[in-house]
Design a protein around this ligand. Structure first.
Ligand code: NI
Length: 402
């Protein structure tokens, strides 16, 4: 019997030039969150060309493309890629595949994620007869923005149903790992990402007569201090949390005490319980401080994405299988989670899943910029590695879970 692992390795490496071509095309034509029309068209055309059995464009009224490769079996595994770019200029001179769209750039590598999933779709379609179940291909829009609900919209529209998905895997470019390495970890992986808006309400007066008013600037200063004490005094030091007031505005002249001060910021945690507690403590703090000064407040807390928590079973499976196909030394069990956010967690609320990091740093090629940098780039040699990993995980999950 032909070795399926060898077939996947050969197919993935055979298509290296094609992968680079796709990735460069997508890199040159980036689209913002929720506007991935051309990218979706490109993806759907490729899936048709490969002979993917079912292709749904505009899934759930979004720009998503969802494909289904039908193998021989009931089980279904999902692979996910995000497609959107960021609102920034690519600040490089001599990059032949530089963004052609002013103010838009693929600086988070979603062009590569889309490319890798296309590659996996091509490989898996070729070995369809040997698949012990179905593979759902989720090309997701709008990962980068809170307001257009990428993964959440797809989950609500039933992307993990019909046929029902038993596990999901996703991959992300990771400049902190050298090209050729791939890693993940069991459990806490990335943080929840919530935002808040606070309005401190005082009473304006002449700056020389503070006793005639209620100074919201002073209340805001006290509030910021105390809000930061939530993380240092209320949260168990063994559970990471971040509270940042990133924006503050109030007043318009040096000799006037204003009526109001507006603040906004973000809260990150790695645990769902802690995520629920922090806004309650924030509310207590704001009530206590504004009341002490005779002021008032408005507090709006918006839940963004939950923390990415990698399921134990799918993650142990992924680590083992990636070692099988890429070699022991290529696979790293990552020591620490990060406080960045990712809406891959929305799928993990419904089905077990694992998010994986693919190393892309190559100092010799000058590729070392962090994600979201205006000079961000990837070592394109890693594209077949991503295809091998994703294809093999899907094939093996189905074979082991018939
Ligand atoms: Ni990203």
């Amino acid at each position: 019997m032909e070795n399926i692992k060898e077939t996947i390795i050969n197919e993935a490496n055979k298509m290296k030039n094609e992968l680079i071509e796709w990735r460069r095309y997508l890199h040159m034509h980036p689209e913002l969150s929720g506007q991935e029309y051309n990218t979706a068209k490109f993806v759907a055309e490729k899936l048709r060309e490969f002979g993917v059995d079912e292709i749904i464009e505009g899934f759930g009224g979004t720009t998503a493309v969802v494909g289904l490769i039908k193998g021989n079996g009931e089980n279904t595994v999902a692979l996910r890629a995000d497609m959107d770019a960021l609102p920034m200029d690519e600040l490089v001179e001599n990059r032949p595949y530089k963004s052609t769209v002013k103010g838009v750039m693929h600086s988070c590598g979603h062009d590569a994620h889309t490319t890798i999933l296309l590659g996996a779709a091509k490989v898996l379609t070729k070995i369809k007869d040997k698949l012990k179940g179905n593979v759902k291909l989720i090309f997701q829009p709008c990962e980068e923005r809170h307001d257009c609900k990428g993964a959440k919209a797809l989950v609500e529209a039933g992307v993990l149903e019909n046929p029902k998905v038993s596990a999901i895997f996703g991959i992300h470019m990771f400049p902190e790992l050298p090209a050729g390495k791939i890693g993940t970890r069991v459990g806490e992986f990335m943080a929840s990402s919530d935002i808040f808006h606070i309005k401190i309400k005082g009473k304006g007066s002449h700056a020389s007569r503070p006793h005639m008013g209620i100074d919201p600037v002073i209340i805001a200063a006290q509030a910021i201090n105390s809000l930061h004490h939530i993380v240092s005094r209320k949260v168990d030091p063994l559970h990471p949390a971040v509270l940042t007031v990133g924006k503050i505005s109030g007043g318009h002249a040096e000799n006037i005490i204003p009526d109001e001060v507006d603040m906004s910021g973000t809260v990150r945690t790695l645990s769902i319980d802690l995520r629920d507690e922090i806004p309650k403590w924030m509310e207590h703090t704001l009530w206590g401080i504004t009341t002490a000064y005779g002021g008032a407040y408005e507090f709006h807390y918006e839940h963004g994405t939950p923390p990415v928590i990698n399921d134990e079973r799918t993650t142990r499976f992924a680590l083992e299988k990636m070692k099988e196909i890429l070699g022991e030394e290529a696979v790293i069990e990552l020591e620490y989670p990060s406080m960045g956010g990712e809406d891959f967690s929305e799928y993990q609320q419904v089905v077990p899943g694992t998010f994986i990091r693919l190393g892309i740093r190559n100092e010799e090629k000058g590729i070392k910029a962090p994600l979201h940098s205006p000079i961000f780039d990837i070592d394109e040699d890693v594209l077949p590695i991503g295809v091998e990993a994703m294809s093999y995980l899907a094939e093996e999950w189905l074979r082991q879970n018939q």
